[in-house]
Design a protein around this ligand. Structure first.
Ligand SMILES: [Zn+2]
Length: 687
């Protein structure tokens, strides 16, 4: 359980789902070789371009149109693009390593090869999974049956944290916003089966349908598990989840670092929610009562009231359902298929399950990620890539520093503070210096659900053990095999896992323009998160501290307000984007692109860039960026993301920011009348 709730990632976290028949994976389009020796190749996939579109009208479709038209979404995906293609490639590579480990004779008990190999074998042993049925969950379900009182319920909610169930709220450790050198326990709202409170509360017919399907899903899950009166139980669970949704904060409210900062000592939360038996909750977690950061206090208060007013029989079926839903992917086919039908087919529009081996690898990433990561890095990561990327990051940081100097709207006092924060950013590239120790994690080849439960307990204990202890600055919040990147405001660090450092983001053999447009913009994006509407409220040490003058704060808000308006004006499938929800990521994209362009110019040291493939260096910068973001979505997935993803749909991650950057106008000679044209006064510049 990562504290990724306060981490800003480069792309929305991909939801894990479920698989059937393995089928060949289409290879990623390779960059086309160029005819321009002796220069480096461009790194552009020219075959993916759509020359019937003008870049001045739609940069995204000019650079990606043919690829978008020719690349169907595979049946087991809700969307398909560069990041997912890379993810699939990485999985193919990791699979070979893991299968090899599982085939090693005489693997010593407790060795990495034994753990990795046996986890995989257990996951793939469907014969055993079918024969066991629900038996591995019997103890857990019996524990829920024994809940009689609100005190029992509080104790069980504490206990459920050990299973990574965490309903109706979850607990995890995170650096303290007041003192980022130590860990504090955090409570974060949770408790729903569907992706967002809107799915429960929006009167629109589309959500009405989802609610009806949810009731069917719960009913069938309970019936298959032998729960009596599953029909009425399902309706009561939907009613309870609707009450929980009513108490939840919106995603926009939950993005506010100040409103979600509510440190409380035991007497404080006792007073906030006297109906919740806190001692029993901590007993269930296996820790003494402790200070808590309560992100959404009114939610916890509301839940405590529900614990008193909703009958225990309703809570019992609710908790049973959530245990079944949590483990359904590793239960027998009748449970796994049922969950796939609702979670992937109904909610995301995915027709087919992913192959089981991919689901096994996803599960391993979550439960023993750095064991797998270490094998991946040793086999597939070139040290030269790390050195090149560190050099790129250095140039980006220099360019960002120069940008701060040039900000005409900011006072010297705030600028000095911003530069101090920038100088304190920690950079992590490739893989952790110190790998996580999984020595105490017991993995068995004949106990799939037991492996998942022990891994969740292992992770829970890792979080429990560090409350009040110094923050581990070397920790990675993503595994090296993750195709993503992040900024963490609480540690003021940017992190780029090994799996991200590949074409189309980065190609060691390509001309710098596309690398600055690709990974360069990604690096700029992560740096910019330190200074977006949320990140700017933390200082260089990761403490929540306002270092802005009132005047600069007002000017920043005026500028970001313009960006909110711009993005709220874009629509997909006739729905407007949520400019507030996506503000932080849009700032990251805009400022990241601007600073990466600046860094590219610095890297040229005044020399002209060669023309390659018929494009100037400046043009290739923007085209390289655009090809990174090419991606097709299923409608249901796109609609879900409009409500839940802090990132804008990919076409707006390209066209939105570039339409604000003067260099784009110069590169392509964009003029009034062109569709991407904005008058200079309407172009937003933040960093
Ligand atoms: Zn981001």
């Amino acid at each position: 359980m990562l504290n990724q709730l306060v981490v800003m990632a480069l792309v929305g976290v991909l939801t894990a789902c479920a698989g059937s028949t393995p089928k060949p994976v289409p290879p990623a389009s390779a960059p086309t070789a160029t005819l321009a020796p002796p220069t480096l190749k461009s790194g552009l996939d020219l075959a993916g371009f759509d020359r019937t579109v003008r870049p001045q009208d739609d940069l995204y479709r000019f650079a990606a149109g043919t690829w978008l038209a020719k690349t169907p979404i595979p049946a087991d995906r809700s969307s398909y693009g560069s990041f997912i293609i890379l993810e699939e490639q990485v999985q193919e590579e990791v699979k070979q390593l893991i299968v090899a480990a599982s085939e090693q004779p005489n693997r010593p008990l407790g060795s990495d090869a034994q753990k990795v190999g046996d986890y995989y074998l257990a996951y793939m042993d469907t014969t055993r999974v079918e024969s066991l049925g629900l038996a591995p969950l019997n103890d857990e379900l019996a524990r829920i049956d024994a809940i009689e009182t609100p005190r029992d319920l509080a104790r069980y909610i504490g206990h459920s944290q050990r299973l990574a169930v965490g309903h109706p709220f979850k607990w995890f450790s995170s650096p303290d916003k007041d003192n980022s050198t130590v860990y504090v326990g955090v409570l974060y709202q949770n408790g729903l089966t569907m992706p967002d409170r809107d799915y429960y509360l929006n009167p629109d017919a589309k959500y009405e349908t989802f609610r009806a399907k949810l009731a069917e899903y719960i009913e069938q899950m309970l019936a298959r598990a032998g729960v009596r009166d599953s029909n009425s139980a399902a309706l009561r669970i939907v009613a309870l989840e609707t009450s929980i949704a009513n108490n939840q904060w919106t995603k926009v409210q939950s993005r506010d670092p100040v409103k979600t900062h509510n440190p409380m000592a035991p007497p404080d939360y006792q007073k906030l929610a006297p109906d919740l038996d806190w001692l029993a909750f901590f007993e269930g977690m296996g820790t003494p009562a402790q200070r808590l950061e309560i992100n959404q206090p009114s939610f916890i208060k509301g839940i405590a009231q529900l614990m008193k007013t909703v009958p225990m029989s309703d809570w019992r079926v609710y908790l049973k359902f959530h245990v079944l839903d949590r483990f359904a992917p590793v239960l027998s086919k009748q449970f796994a298929d049922l969950q796939f039908d609702f979670r992937e087919k109904t909610l995301n529009g995915v027709p087919e399950q992913r192959p089981r081996w991919r689901r096994a690898l996803e599960s391993m990433d979550g439960n023993m990620g750095e064991l797998v990561g270490r094998m991946f890095v040793e086999a597939h990561f070139r040290p030269e890539a790390k050195a090149r990327v560190i050099e790129l990051v250095g140039n980006l940081l220099k360019a960002f520093d120069g940008s701060i100097d040039e900000l005409e709207w900011m006072s010297t006092a705030t600028r000095v503070e911003a530069k101090k924060k920038l100088a304190k950013i920690t950079v992590k590239v490739g893989y952790p210096d110190k790998w996580r120790d999984y020595g105490k994690l017991d993995v068995r080849s004949d106990d799939l659900i037991g492996n998942l439960m022990r891994a969740s307990e292992f992770e829970h204990q890792r979080h429990v053990a560090r409350i009040g202890k110094p923050v581990d600055k070397g920790e990675w919040l993503m595994t090296p095999q993750t195709v993503n990147a992040y900024y963490s405001p609480l540690t003021n660090e940017i992190t780029f896992p090994a799996a991200l450092l590949r074409w189309p983001l980065f190609d060691a053999d390509a001309d710098p323009a596309v690398n600055y447009g690709g990974i360069g913009s990604g690096i700029g994006h992560e740096i910019s998160h330190a200074f977006d509407d949320s990140g700017r409220q933390y200082d260089g040490d990761g403490n929540l501290r306002d270092w802005w003058t009132a005047d600069d704060r007002a000017k920043f808000r005026q500028r970001t307000g313009e960006l909110v308006k711009q993005f709220s004006g874009y629509t997909v499938l006739e729905h407007p984007l949520n400019g507030e929800l996506t503000l932080g990521e849009n700032i990251g994209d805009l400022s990241g692109m601007a600073v990466a362009y600046k860094a590219y110019k610095i890297s040229l040291q005044g020399k002209p860039a060669p023309e390659i493939d018929g494009f100037t260096g400046d043009q290739r910068f923007f085209l390289g960026l655009a090809q990174v973001w090419r991606r097709n979505y299923r409608d249901a997935e796109l609609l879900k993301r409009l409500l839940t993803d802090a990132h804008s749909p990919n076409e707006f991650r390209v066209n939105g920011p570039s339409s604000n950057i003067d260099a784009f106008y110069d590169a392509f000679d964009v003029k009034p009348g062109d569709r991407m044209y904005r008058p200079p006064a309407e172009r937003v510049k933040i960093w």
